[in-house]
Design a protein around this ligand. Sequence first.
Ligand code: NAP
Ligand code: ZN
Length: 340
Amino acid sequence: MKAVRLEAVGSIALREIRKPVPGPDDLLVRIEACGVCGTDRHLFHGEFPCRPPVTPGHEFSGIIETIGADVSGFAIGDRITGDPNIACGRCPQCHAGRVNLCRNLSAIGIHRDGGFADYVIVPQKQAFILPAGLKPTHGAFCEPLGCCLHGMDLAEITAGSSVVVLGGGVIGQLTVQLARLAGATTIILSTRQASRRALAEDLGATATIDPTAADVADAVAGPAGLMPGGADVVFECAGVRETVEQSMRLARAGGKVVIVGVTPQGMKAEFEPFDLLFRELKVLGSFLNPYTHRRAADLIASGAIEIDRLISRQVTLEEAATVIANPPAPGEVKVLVVPG
Ligand code: NAP
Ligand code: ZN
């Protein structure tokens, strides 16, 4: 079969490799679509640890072709989405229900072969059935949506809440949609690219801000701003120092800041501890997708999330290595790899 192989840091290419054989607890899944994520580019550049050679791709869905001897609840021909994040189930964090913080966490597409290939092996406990009638490309969005759902769960948004989202990539665009579904009535997105601001307004943002044209804190939380005093919840979905620092100034007293964006390791940001104390801000990290993959799959199956407009382009396996080795094109939200 064909697979995109990360052979060393900075070296990625399409190769012909042996089709994997499922173990007793595994499904062999023919990939229908796999999303390219910033993490795939970090793996290529050596900014995220992994042990090459490996096939990246952790946002995938496809059709079951073979099932292992001990598999139950799945049948050949079922469409599934894989939760790539595999917790050990045995460590203190797993025992406490914090599976995303598992000490022995491993991931399909990082530590074992993933979805930029004709086929992937998925342990049955990581697989979730999707409707037969779902568009084949939509299942690839379950993983990023599951990560956004975890952020939403931590934020505990109630009907009528005000929300700010910083960063208009796919995570920001999904978060805007989830905030709308959760009943937020004011949703402001800040991102530099005009096409992404327009997209967010179509998807549920009540206003957008160009952070290069205005002081975002003034424009949102200032006396003449869109939400004087600040928002109930701020989602940091850009992963840069500027937005991390902004996020604390955009939350109202007693409000929440949810850090979803991944900043470079070692990066520092400034905040005023007095401000945090005096305004009782709650700053929460949101990491991965603990127990949210099923809900993400159900939400996507329901059609409640706009997916098609998030897909900037579809590429073949032949083109995938080049896409991963290069920065995203301007305006791009999500690129899907669709094996031929
Ligand atoms: P992305 O496409 O890179 O989106 C982030 C966007 O933020 C950028 O494209 C950029 O868009 C915008 N941005 C940059 N500087 C900004 C600024 N100063 N003000 C406002 N917006 C700014 O990435 P993504 O796939 O949506 O992911 C977003 C972040 O979440 C990444 O850091 C990713 O690693 C992280 N992530 C976290 C989890 C988790 O479990 N916590 C899961 C998945 C992804 P413009 O050019 O339009 O400004
Ligand atoms: Zn564990």
